[in-house]
Write a protein that binds this ligand. Sequence first.
Ligand code: GDP
Ligand code: MN
Length: 346
Amino acid sequence: DPTHEPDGLLRRTGPGYLPGPEGTERINATLLALVRNEELGGMLQAMNDLERTWNHKFNYPWTFFNDVPFSEEFKKRTRAATKAECHFEVIPNEHWEKPSWINNDMFQESVKILKENDIQYADKLSYHQMCRWNSGMFYRHPALEHMQFYWRVEPKVHFFCDVDYDVFRYMHDNNKTYGFTITLYDAPQSIPTLWPETMKFIAEHPEHVHENNAMNWLTDRVRRPEHYNKANGYSTCHFWTNFEIADLNLWRGKAYEDYFNHLDRAGGFFYERWGDAPVHSIALGLFEDKSKIHWFRDIGYQHIPFFNCPNSPKCKGCVTGRLTDGEAWLNKEDCRPNWFKYVGMG
Ligand code: GDP
Ligand code: MN
């Protein structure tokens, strides 16, 4: 049986031991996907990409989450796509259901207005539930209790570059807690009160704000003043969380627990369409040491319609430096220059 050490290393000694390049030590980590049974095809495609470019060298387990049980076909075909272990987990109702304090009439009324403002998925209850679960619930699942790091993967995403080192070990050994590839501006109409609620929260809990925070990144108004204004003081620049490599202890700590509970009570996961991306990003920008956040420039990645495409012979199938294959206006959605300006390339 693996032994879980407090330093995050997973020491395998039994017959299930898979030798990694470092010898007997591996990081206590999993690939993680929230996915529906109907998305099996897209999941297999994303798995094949990540297994081919990276995981076949390291064999980190996959953990799949669903609000309903996985089908036998889903289990069989994902298992066949990797040499690593696969775990299939059902989300408990109390993590997924709309909380009791959310008023249904108010929810219906609010999403009507959001829809009129062209906010995608606003009228889909399950999308709000998904955003809330990804914000503040996934790490509470018992299956992750002994995990330290995860790499979030969505169906249909692409990975383009051969990556030869253990990225979890990189995070662990370099004292990084969060890794991203793409940052984008958000639709301000989806989060009008997120920043005001955040300001209320830090007025009540100034002790949670880290001394080496990225507040100036969160509040940049120079490049997209209309976003800053409509979001009431937040630039809307966020880590695009369909890709994230992170330390679960970020979310398990007191600062994030207090922050999430405050937001959850405020109701914006339902009355607005707060995404896990701005919620995670604001929390990281305020409560984490910004030097612990890493841009994985070397992981070629696509979630439609955006790419992170490094200039390297190790990458196949994406165009170097291009953010999007789509319409030109989409290029304006990239806010990585803000991150580099306020925090740096590290
Ligand atoms: P988008 O990336 O914002 O367009 O949203 P997606 O439709 O890709 O959803 C984000 C992730 O959550 C994907 O991995 C989906 O498979 C997953 N997801 C969204 N809604 C549900 C749901 O109701 N049930 C389950 N099991 N997964 C969901
Ligand atoms: Mn998606």
